[in-house]
Design a protein around this ligand. Structure first.
Ligand SMILES: Cc1ncc(C[n+]2csc(CCOP(=O)(O)OP(=O)(O)O)c2C)c(N)n1
Ligand SMILES: [Mg+2]
Length: 686
């Protein structure tokens, strides 16, 4: 067999595995894998530096399949390259990342060939994709991370980080707004380590793109400042390889390759139709396709002799050699630069350097107090100095979010300063979320910030953060009606409920400056969970922790802040954030009136629910039915803590435009209303 025949055989193996898997599952997307098999083959077997023996080797090239519905491309290539599995502790397991059995069970429970690429579930998947546009946007974060890592850690003769990022996307990814945000920023930053390949097949689910998508995509990317190339035939390996070569030689601009392809390539009745996108071809058509490829029509899940070996001789030997060289290089680097090497190793395991929390401030009691966002800004500036790879920024609200690192040498991340730790995401919240994910997937410790109201614009990426179990941090200030005059467009209502509803996401709304610090102390130690910090714009009094319980209770999600004498309350007041101080004031008045009240500060539902039942019952005794909760947010969900008979002082409508004091009066966020509600509760319970 000639080399060319062997190559064709390997490509057709990707195609037929994809076809057979979709047919067997009776669901999935065969057409795009059939069209893009030559592209995936070329990137993986001829270009990428990726060692199938170690899919998490730090200097590997990254591959992102942003059109995640074409997941069979990834399962086929991970299988054929015999990529090995690693576990959550980054240990290599020796077994296949994706076995032929997994592919036979494509889209079935527990298979390592699920419907869409899932990071953390399948080794070799660099990021979870499926919501179109997320993958390409995340790839921008990966490219930024490479630049940052190279700047900080490379030394003369030691290119420790010199990897590239390849992302493949379709029409859907490019229609979604997030890709425009991300491409705009990537162009500005001149990320020449980033290459997107656009599968230009003129087809989406509803038919030809002439009904929806007729813009000049090339002109758009040229305008973003990208290097734009075109390959007119998706089956032309040489031209694909050449374009990828031009990408690697291009400096100071990301590369965008338009690849003209035919969805369902080889299918006599379905090629170039939307029918090839998302349904099995059907048995008859499968046979016709196989005939067109010169494939045995009766064989399914066939990997012909020599195909594994062909990949082993390509990506296998190139990747193993690249990793071997790098490992040697890194050993020498460790001798010459032990501190830098130690940082890289800590970072890879998502650990923190010793002394990471030194100098975190403690705030003295102060009735005037300090805003949550200001306390956060102080914490960030301490943590970023203790943890070199802790960095981030805001979607153009840095001065308001107080997320700017202003110590000497922190710097701004810009094309001419890739070591800067302040990121300017621009007014691009959605891309910011995905980019923060990309930074975290690259093992940096990132944060992104905006007003809480605009978390809506980033939510799909936050959700993916939780799904991928990434320790990202989202800092959301202006958490309620604190910016009163801005009015209802700027006042979050349902956002806390919405964040609390995301599985695995730690949402924290601290009640004073010391709770903010404790919140950071807790979330910095998370290795596999994202966190959302919800912070006030306005000053909140700093509680006297000699009189009230220590703020370290934050780590348990909710804690008894102030109690009835003897610890025997007849009513409990539960509050978060800016309402904690209102509850404390009400509590003092209730005590003066002879009513035994307790105040529970509840910064985080999620954390509280992970405590033992015994602890939960000690904070909120089941027998204590007189309960008042107060939170400047939707009442949605609070029944779980106040029960059927409890009272919730919260929001059932949108807010209004007025000074905060007036809004507090209008909506009942006053110690008075809490006292009244508490007395009613006590009377009802008696
Ligand atoms: C955000 C988002 N919206 C909708 C979908 C549902 N969906 C999956 S694939 C697809 C069409 C994608 O078209 P294209 O990217 O051109 O893929 P092709 O069919 O060419 O492979 C849609 C609408 C999705 N996965 N993500
Ligand atoms: Mg398409």
């Amino acid at each position: 067999m000639t080399d060319e025949e062997m190559t064709q055989l390997a490509i057709n193996t990707i195609r037929t595995l994809s076809i057979d898997a979709v047919q067997q599952a009776k669901s999935g997307h065969p057409g795009t894998p059939m069209a893009l098999a030559p592209l995936i083959y070329t990137i993986w077997n001829r270009v990428m530096r990726f060692d199938p023996e170690d899919p998490i080797w730090p200097n590997r090239d990254r591959f992102v399949l942003s059109n995640g519905h074409a997941s069979m491309l990834l399962w086929s290539i991970l299988h054929l390259t015999r990529t090995k599995a690693v576990n959550a502790n980054y240990e290599r397991l020796g077994q296949a990342s994706v076995s032929l059995e997994d592919i036979r069970h494509f889209r079935q429970l527990d298979s390592k060939a699920p419907g869409h690429p899932e990071y953390h579930w399948v080794s070799g998947v660099e990021t979870t994709t499926g919501p179109l546009g997320q993958g390409v946007a995340t790839s921008v974060g990966m490219a930024i991370a490479q630049k940052w890592l190279a700047h900080r850690y490379n030394r003369p003769r030691f290119d420790i980080f010199d990897y590239n990022i390849y992302a493949v996307c379709g029409d859907g990814c490019l229609m979604e707004g997030i890709s425009s945000e991300a491409a705009s920023l990537a162009g500005h930053l001149g990320l020449d380590n980033l290459c997107w390949v656009y599968d230009n097949n003129h087809i989406t689910i509803e038919g030809k793109t002439r009904i929806t998508f007729t813009e000049d995509v090339e002109a758009r990317f040229l305008a973003y400042g990208w290097n734009v190339l075109r390959v007119g035939n998706a089956n032309d390996l040489e031209r694909i390889e050449q374009a990828l070569e031009i990408f690697r030689k291009t400096k100071e601009r990301p590369t965008f390759i338009v690849l003209d392809s035919h969805i369902g390539y080889g299918s006599p009745h379905k090629q170039d139709t939307a029918a090839a996108h998302g349904e099995p071809l059907g048995d008859d058509e499968v046979r016709l396709c196989k005939r067109a490829y010169g494939w045995p029509e009766d064989k399914t899940f066939l990997v012909p002799d020599g195909v594994y070996e062909h990949f082993a001789a390509g990506i296998g030997s190139r990747g193993t050699e690249a990793r071997r060289k790098w490992t040697e290089l890194f050993a020498a680097y460790r001798t010459e630069y032990p501190d830098a090497a130690a940082e890289i190793e800590l970072m890879q395991r998502r650990e923190l350097p010793s002394g990471w929390d030194r100098n975190l401030p403690v705030f003295a009691a102060d009735p005037k107090g300090i805003a949550g966002r200001d306390a956060s800004g102080k914490a960030l500036n301490v943590l970023a100095q203790n943890i070199p790879w802790f960095l981030g920024g805001s979607a153009d609200l840095g001065p308001s979010n107080k997320t700017i690192l202003n110590y000497e040498g922190a710097g701004d991340f810009q094309p001419d300063n890739p070591g800067g730790k302040n990121f300017h995401f621009g007014i691009r919240e959605h891309a910011m979320g995905a980019i923060v994910n990309g930074l975290s997937l690259s093992k940096l410790r990132p944060y992104g910030a905006t007003f809480f109201i605009f978390s809506d614009y980033a939510r799909p990426a936050i959700r993916l953060s939780a799904l991928m179990e990434l320790p990202t941090i989202f800092i959301f200030t202006h958490d309620a009606m604190g910016d009163g005059e801005d009015g209802p467009t700027h006042q979050p209502i349902e956002h806390l409920a919405s964040m609390r509803a995301i599985p695995g996401l730690v949402t924290l709304r601290p009640g004073d400056a010391n709770e903010v610090i404790e919140a950071y102390r807790y979330i910095m130690q998370l290795r596999h969970q994202p966190a959302v910090l919800v912070l006030s714009r306005q000053p909140l009094p700093t509680l006297d922790r000699k009189k009230y319980a220590p703020a370290s209770g934050v780590a348990r999600g909710a804690y008894v802040l102030a109690d009835a004498p003897g610890g025997d309350p007849e009513v409990v007041l539960i509050a978060s954030g800016s309402e904690v101080i209102l509850a404390v004031e009400a509590h003092e008045r209730l005590l003066a009136d002879g009513i035994r009240s307790r105040v529970v500060s509840m910064p985080s539902w999620d954390l509280f629910e992970h405590q033992t039942q015994e602890y939960q019952d000690s904070v909120l005794p089941p027998s204590l039915v007189a309960r008042v909760a107060v939170e400047q947010a939707s009442t949605f969900g609070w029944e779980r803590y106040i029960g059927k008979r409890g009272r919730m002082i919260g929001m059932k409508t949108f807010g209004a435009s007025a000074p905060l004091k007036e809004l507090q009066r209008k909506f009942g966020f006053l110690p008075d209303s809490i006292v009244t509600a508490a007395k009613e509760q006590v009377a009802q319970a008696r």
